[in-house]
Design a protein around this ligand. Sequence first.
Ligand code: HAM
Length: 427
Amino acid sequence: MASPEFAKLPGFRDFPPEDFALRAHIQDAWRRVARRYGFQEYDAPPLESLDLYVEKSGEEIVGQLYNFVDKGDRPVALRPEMTPSLARMLGERSRSLSKPIRWFTMPQLFRYERAQRGRLREHFQWNVDIVGEANVAADAEVLAVAIDGLRELGLTADDFAARVSDRRLLTALLAVIGVKQAQLGAAFSVIDKIERLPEEKADHLLADQAGLDAGQIGTLRELLNGASMNELDETFGGDAAVASELERMRHYLSTLDAMGLGDFVQLDLRIVRGLAYYTGIVFELFDREGELRAICGGGRYDRLLELVGGDPHPAVGFGMGDVVLGELLADRGLVPPYARSVDYFIVPVTPDERPAALRLAHGLRDRGYSVSYGLKEQTVGKQMKTASREGARTVLVLGPEELEKGVVVARDMTSGEQREIPIAELV
Ligand code: HAM
């Protein structure tokens, strides 16, 4: 057993090869999909100044920061999310970049959360953002990337759905029932948690913290309990602000429909997002069974770049974590079995063939094959055992006679078939 002083910190993961394989499987899919949509990859420092997160990200994340004062007396924090770093980077250089900017990244992030199913203290998060385009087509484009990221891993519309809403639409609806601008922050913060709160507690918070009366709470409950576009239109469409927000939502939904992704998307006014900077359409992706935490969350944040001191640019994007996703893939039997493998394992029969074996290994590696061999002199039998353990597809045996003839004996490790191949043919 490891000595207790060196135990892994709670909420952090080791990635031995069999676990790293799943991480790579997920990240390779994310990268393929982002590139397919024309996004460019970027990164930023894992440590940022504390100020970048305070106020811009909102209370919840600030309470979860890993922060400290560095040796130069600077208050700093490990990044809990990527969006403020993106806004900072673009603040410095967005003028010289042609819009819209399509950028993606997959940073490791750190949040001091209570570790629970689907939530750890570090995770990798795929971030895909479009900056410089206010049109709802950009909102649809980023949601399409998120959906395709999951489809690429074998998940279907039976496995997950995107629940979408718009903070502007909910604001307009609440205005109709008399909720004031000043009450919205508190109301949104309760709505964000409403599914995890007992009904009585939520009603109490809506009254106590957001100042809603019983009638307003009742109407809000109806809105949150799955009101459809048509129902919203019938009841609230007479209000000009609501009508224009519904029109935008219709455009968004029909764009996703046109992409063939309509089955993945449902309107759900309970989605407001916990982070403070969202200004428009917001969405979260959940497993259909409703067993897991959100797989992905994002939305429009048109004022963040300005807040961190840059030029104002509209922006929209999402973050998708690897933790819940890994669990969902495991639940659905979509984690590829891990198997160690190399294309070739080379077996010199005696020490005399070693130089030729090394030359052959190097020649094959230069051609892009994966090649291994024993690192010390051993009997052929022991070397064959190592070859199996390392998952060799083909073993190349090189003895004195073979060397003389310029051939190797190639043994197919699946079929057991053996044949001689001229070395010149291999390299
Ligand atoms: P977020 O909703 O805080 O958004 O995180 C996005 C996703 O990251 C979550 O849906 C979840 O899958 C994963 N995640 C978050 N915290 C944890 C955790 N403690 N453990 C495991 N997974 C976690 C943001 O961070 C926004 N900055 C996303 C964004 C990008 N919005 C616009 N652009």
